[in-house]
Design a binder for this molecule. Structure first.
Ligand SMILES: O=C(O)c1cccc(C(=O)CC[C@H]2O[C@@H](n3cnc4c(=O)[nH]cnc43)[C@H](O)[C@@H]2O)c1
Length: 264
């Protein structure tokens, strides 16, 4: 495994036999360096025994760039958009963008220390408050509030990692009360987790016609604020475990990712 660190980006590539075409180019955006390091540990020490040099695999291992994009949807969108623009300008575009990190888990579906893979990356608070309740921007007639990751890839990664699959909300304000958690659950029946970057990363990816994934390791329950309930170490360990199982699955999906519909 070769690791190259560039300005703001760390790159991990496997050693592929020259006869195999390369695997997908993947940009993984985390909010903070601790999350990036947890992801890098998993990618550097894949836990699947046959990975990455299984000769029967038609494609080489993925080429992965790791980006620390900052906290919150705006920082995540700006930094991800810049990385995608630079890659496109260098004629080395990405095939897949991943938002990864810790997050809050809705109970009982996403206990602390567990993993969640998004089947919907949804902005929870992008809209208008009205006397009759919250209206998303889509109901106001513009914008979008959800990005849908490739379902077959999500299923395969969930099977490999043991992650639960559900909606991951992007919030600008961390939920801190049972009432707000209940309101989010009512509005998003499939919700499992919340974090602060996924929708921003997904908007940048969509601008370049790229598929997106969101992976969250649960560090705290969503609900009444309780700093004592945080388990950041356990969540980072779970994140490492997840990315230790990502590489062979991503390699198998190379043709799907490369033929992703890049329009709209
Ligand atoms: O001070 C608090 O009560 C508090 C509770 C949860 C999270 C925070 C953060 O400032 C962390 C933001 C950071 O971590 C991700 N994250 C982790 N847990 C959550 C959550 O429950 N809700 C939203 N984001 C969460 C997030 O993606 C940021 O990168 C403070």
């Amino acid at each position: 495994m070769v690791v190259q660190v560039q300005e703001g980006l760390g790159r991990l590539t496997g050693t592929a036999p020259r006869t195999r075409p390369p695997g997908p180019r993947v940009l993984i955006a985390t909010a903070v360096p601790a999350e990036r390091d947890a992801v890098a540990s998993g990618l550097s020490e894949p836990s699947a025994p046959s990975e990455p040099s299984e000769p029967s695999e038609p494609f080489g291992p993925p080429v992965v760039d790791l980006l620390v994009a900052g906290v919150g949807p705006a920082a995540a969108a700006a930094a991800t958009g810049r990385a995608l623009a630079l890659a496109a300008a260098a004629d080395t575009p990405y095939d897949l963008v991943v938002s990864a990190g810790i997050g809050g888990g809705f109970q009982p579906g996403a206990p602390v220390g567990s993993l969640v893979l998004a089947d919907a990356v949804t902005a929870a608070d992008l809209g208008a408050e009205t006397p009759d309740g919250f209206l998303p921007v889509t109901e106001l007639g513009f914008g979008r509030v959800t990005h849908v990751p490739p379902p077959a890839l999500v299923s395969a990664l969930a099977a490999a990692t043991g992650a639960a699959v559900g909606t991951v909300l992007t919030v600008s304000t961390v939920t801190g009360s049972a009432a707000r958690a209940d309101a989010l659950r009512d509005r998003h029946p499939g919700v499992l987790a919340e974090a602060m970057e996924g929708f921003g990363v997904a908007e940048a990816a969509a601008l370049y016609g790229l598929p997106v994934l969101e992976v969250r390791a649960v560090s705290n329950p969503v609900g009444p604020r309780d700093r004592g309930a945080w388990r950041i170490g356990a969540a980072l360990t779970a994140l490492t475990g997840a990315f230790g199982k990502f590489t062979p699955v991503l390699g198998k999906f190379t043709p799907v990712l490369e033929s992703w519909n890049r329009h709209d």
